[in-house]
Design a protein. Structure first.
Lengths: 350, 557
């Protein structure tokens, strides 16, 4: 009796699975479509959109294959399953069929050819795109565990928050990134703008994007790069053209010299800070850490690990490990007076 | 098979005091004992690797959790990956090969019994070296220091500059030792299968399991050697002033990636082909039909082996290869899906028209078929290079390869356990506990790994010890962790079943499944040296011929 009940439940399970899985897939697709954040299916730039188009095609083909094979499997299990244990009769012994096997060899080959041709087009379109003369060029240098952005034509150096102009599809102004690494491997991934590309020491890479709307796009380092790989966050701020011009103009200014913060500046310039950080127009010209000339123009500190507030800055300078254990910035061990002064000085760097 | 098979009494060596028994096991060169040693060794590491996975899942149960520190998390995923591939999957599959191949081809042992023992102990040494790093690999910070560079140890993270101390050295030596062990066993398997088959067993009459292990062993020879070479080069970098992968001095990180994956991708097939072998034995027996399209099944496996040697760079589509290279590795990676698809269809055709019995081994094989189908299709997505630029290095990839390794390989290995445990111990595993194991593991597996695809699509990279809230990842990670807990419970039931049935299981007899290959013709467990008289076979299913003299297979082959 018990044996018979079990067999039925196995069959019922497969029948249930057959009904439920399309529902589950539809539900997840709906969840995906409605999710905000760095969603690869919510592209906002040509490379990401091209990839999205290809991925829809691949999903449809694989979806059809899934439906067909899944149905056959479920049918086989339901139809031929559940023989009573005491039934010793053997079924017809079939050894194979050349025609059938040829069919399920040739059809997949045809599918592969179609998929390959569709894919090759997209590889070419994304990877071999020529850089137009009006493109914005940015050199991205991956560091443990932050991003350095240099605009060689514009003379700008900044970190962790990449500003690029929005690109009108009618008159595109794409941004081309040259990807380098100062230490280990990293990967630049902002899913809504483009696929990821690695930053590898001694191996220069290139990628591009042309965002079609202004906004903030989130991403993070995708290639394991060491202890704080998780907090090597990345944000791309896509500005309207006039905002981008204004940002460029501000970034090209030397650091503001505010007399009220002279004490903090003195502390900064007489401690180890200057070994790693640059503040243009001062003696600080280190390149190991982020450029701080316009620190207050950024929303976050510590590669996106914390918001750029006075309290966070203070904590960060005093004990970076509290925000990001494993960060290569040392705890500065300043006394309260010096710490307040430095934080005040940072606050003037707009 | 000729009917003059003579059963010999079940004489087991190694009774005596526990010290004599232990001595017997340590010094054994018997393929069956070595097989069991491999399997037990792998089961211990399966539990260890599982605990490491649970630590990671608890850490990721919610954003900004601080269950473990970033260093510990990074060590856990490094050790989990290295352990599961090199010290669970490989020894498990070699264990079954050791035990089954000589029995199934009618041989009395492997071709080189001493090499066999040497290979096992080398592999065992590898595992001990890896775990000794917890004690001996002192880093800059004093205490023990397991490697924390990921199981690929991408250059330059493995170089002295980024991995001071000895953790990377233990990792390197562990892989070298176990790699040499694997090469030894592969040579042994090839020699055994080519030279030790019983009379009548032409290659075309060999059961599919030894056939697929022959293919697998050939791949091990080709794929493990570049890995060993790379490990030696890394040691030269670290200790002899070499600069192969030392990017600070002009070395190439990309070179390491190619070395690693030219091993790493064939490795996936090295692991999955034995799974195919298990399915090709279990599915026919529980469908009560011969395997559908035997020649095509062999041909497809050989084809997979060849093609899979030329697909490795699909793991590194994001490193900026030329569009031609990306296109090449796209077409080869998609092509490997064709013979793999053929195999799925042929198992389906084997079930078609059969009388399927839902015994536990068969349940795991049916689970395999569904899950391997999905794993193959997500593999097609990853093979399309541009789609991969989005999916690679994300949780989607983690879900994909766990679908292959857990949903595919581990399910088939569980099937193999339930199927051959009676042969190895003489007792059946409990069907009741087996079904609990199957259903719980199935539910846990799908909760974890179905869900895991989606954070990847939402931009969650792999190998992060914590994540930001508000990106749509929170609930998914919670579900993934719950699924992992359910899987852990299922594993406990499995271990309970293995231990309990050893003492209390019903007696199996020679042939509990009414099966057709030679291992079921001898007692359970088989006597020393397996066969009193070497059998003679006339078809692929010698025991079918014996049981159905009126309608033997030999009439149709």
């Amino acid at each position: 009796m018990w044996g018979r009940r079990r067999l039925i439940s196995v069959r019922r399970f497969f029948a249930l699975a057959f009904v439920l899985s399309p529902a589950a897939i539809a539900k997840s697709a709906w969840l995906m479509a409605s999710a905000s954040g760095p969603n690869i299916f919510a592209p906002e730039s040509t490379p990401a959109k091209t990839i999205f188009g290809l991925s829809q095609f691949v999903l449809v083909i694989t979806g059809i294959i899934f439906a067909v094979v899944f149905t056959l499997l479920v049918y086989a299990v339901l139809k031929f399953g559940g023989t009573a244990a005491d039934d010793r009769r053997e079924p017809a012994q079939v050894y194979g069929s050349t025609q059938i096997e040829l069919a399920w060899t040739i059809i997949p080959i045809l599918i592969v050819v179609v998929l390959f041709l569709a894919t090759a087009r997209v590889i070419h379109a994304v990877e071999d795109a020529a850089m137009p003369a009006n493109a914005v060029e940015v050199t991205v240098v991956g560091h443990q565990f932050w991003w350095e952005f240099r605009y060689p034509k514009l003379g700008i150096v900044t970190a962790n928050e990449l500003h690029i102009p929005v690109s009108d599809p009618a008159r595109p102004t794409p941004t081309f990134l040259t990807l380098l690494s100062a230490d280990t491997d990293h990967s630049f991934w902002v899913p809504q703008l483009a696929g990821k590309t690695d930053l590898i020491p001694n191996h220069t890479n290139r990628m591009w994007m042309d965002p079609h709307r202004a906004g903030i796009f989130l991403g993070q380092c995708a290639q394991y790069c060491g202890m704080q790989h998780a907090k090597m966050l990345l944000r791309v701020l896509v500005d309207r053209p006039e905002d981008f011009s204004a940002w460029v103009h501000e970034q090209r200014q030397l650091a503001i010299q505010n007399e009220k913060a002279i004490a903090g500046r003195r502390v900064f310039e007489t401690t180890a800070c200057i070994d790693c950080h640059t503040i243009s127009g001062t003696v600080a010209d280190g390149r190991f850490g982020p450029d701080l000339t316009h620190l207050m123009a950024r929303h976050t500190i510590a590669a996106g690990a914390a918001e750029n507030t006075t309290e966070n800055l203070r904590l960060w300078i005093q004990n970076p490990g509290a925000i990001k254990p494993g960060s290569l910035m040392p705890a500065m061990k300043l006394d309260d007076e010096d710490l307040d002064a430095v934080v005040a000085y940072m606050g003037t760097l707009r | 098979m000729s009917s003059n098979v003579m059963a010999i009494p079940n004489v087991q060596v190694g009774s005596g005091t526990w010290l004599e028994i232990l001595h017997g096991w340590v010094t054994t060169v018997d393929h069956k004992r070595l097989g069991i040693l491999y399997i037990l060794y792998a089961l211990i590491f399966l539990v260890v690797g599982g605990i490491e996975a649970m630590i990671m899942r608890i850490q990721l149960i919610r954003p900004h959790n601080d269950f473990v520190s970033p260093q510990v998390f990074n060590r856990m995923f490094t050790m989990h990956g290295t352990t599961m591939i090199f010290f669970v999957a490989m020894p498990l599959l070699f264990g079954f090969a050791n035990y089954l191949v000589p029995l199934m081809i009618g041989a009395r042992d492997m071709a080189f019994p001493r090499l066999n023992s040497f290979s096992f102990w080398l592999t065992a040494l590898g595992g001990f070296l890896l775990y000794f790093s917890f004690l001996g690999g002192s880093g800059l910070y004093g205490t023990g220091n397991a490697p924390d560079v990921g199981w690929w140890s991408y250059a330059p993270l493995g170089a002295q500059a980024f991995s001071p101390g000895h953790s990377s050295d233990y990792w390197t030596l562990a892989l070298l030792a176990s790699g040499f062990g694997s090469i030894g066993t592969a040579i042994n398997l090839i020699a055994t299968i080519l030279c030790m088959r019983c009379p009548g067993m032409k290659l075309g009459r060999m059961p599919l399991l030894p056939w697929l292990y022959l293919v697998m062993a050939g791949m091990v020879l080709i794929a493990l050697t570049p890995l060993s070479a790379a490990q030696i080069m890394l040691l030269i970098d670290r200790y002899l002033g070499g600069h192969f992968f030392d990017t600070q001095a002009g070395g190439s990180a990309v070179l390491w990636m190619h070395f690693f994956w030219i091993f790493g991708h064939p490795e996936v097939y090295i692991l999955i082909i034995p799974s195919f072998a298990f399915l090709s034995e279990i599915v026919p027996v529980f469908s009560r039909k011969p395997i559908f399209g035997y020649p095509v099944m062999v041909g497809a496996a050989v084809c997979i082996a060849f093609v899979s040697m030329s697909v490795w760079a699909h793991h590194i589509f994001t490193i900026g290869m030329s569009s031609y290279a990306n296109a090449f590795f796209t077409i080869t990676s998609m092509t490997v899906g064709v013979p793999t698809g053929i195999k799925i269809f042929n198992w389906l055709a084997t079930m078609w028209g059969g009388r399927i019995q839902f015994k536990t081994p068969m349940l795991f094989c049916i689970g395999f078929l569904f899950q391997f189908l999905i794993a193959g299709l997500t593999g097609i997505m990853l093979a399309a290079a541009p789609f991969d630029w989005q999916l690679s290095l994300s949780y989607f990839v983690v879900a994909h390869f766990h679908y292959v390794i857990v949903g595919g390989i581990l399910f088939s290995v569980f099937g193999a356990f339930y199927y051959w445990y009676p042969k190895m111990t003489g007792r059946m595993l409990s069907e009741r506990l087996g079904k609990w194991h199957f259903w719980l593991f199935l539910i846990g597996f799908h909760l974890t790994f179905d869900t895991m695809h989606f954070p990847g699509l939402l931009g969650m990279p792999r190998r992060i010890y914590t994540y930001e809230p508000g990106r749509g990842w929170d609930t998914m990670n919670l579900i993934i962790t719950y699924g992992a807990l359910i899987q852990a419970m299922a594993i406990l039931i499995f271990v309970w079943n293995l231990v309990g049935s050893y003492f209390k299981g019903t007696k199996a007899g020679n042939d509990p499944w009414d099966a057709w290959t030679l291992e079921w013709s001898v007692s359970s467990p088989p006597p020393a040296y397996n066969f009193a008289t070497i059998p003679v076979v006339e078809s692929r299913r010698p025991l079918w011929d014996l049981k159905h003299p009126e309608d033997p297979d030999s009439r149709y082959e």
